[in-house]
Design a protein around this ligand. Sequence first.
Ligand SMILES: [Zn+2]
Length: 117
Amino acid sequence: MEKTKCLSCGEPVSGRIDKKFCSDYCRSTYNNRLNSQSNKIVRNINNKLKKNYRILKSINTDQKTKTTREKLIEKGFDFKYITNLYTTKNGRVYYFVYDQGYLPLEDDFYALVKRDK
Ligand SMILES: [Zn+2]
């Protein structure tokens, strides 16, 4: 019968069959590593969202304005990162990054809006 190997250091684990780590030290090392990886992912995405937010805010200085896809991309806007969608009664979809939103229009134009409240 093959012995279970520690998920952290790869050494054989003795004791209970469902044990995954050879020691508490290995367990916490493993978990810390996992946590720091997922923290990194969260941090990277948060940074993308913050950047998108800053860009929208810098263009949309009042309540609403119009811009182009080119201008957004030039400033580094990343269309993959939004926080929520808002669909109007007539089926138009606004993409929001926090309270700053955009609506794709024709010919690569975008309407920028700020949600009040
Ligand atoms: Zn170990």
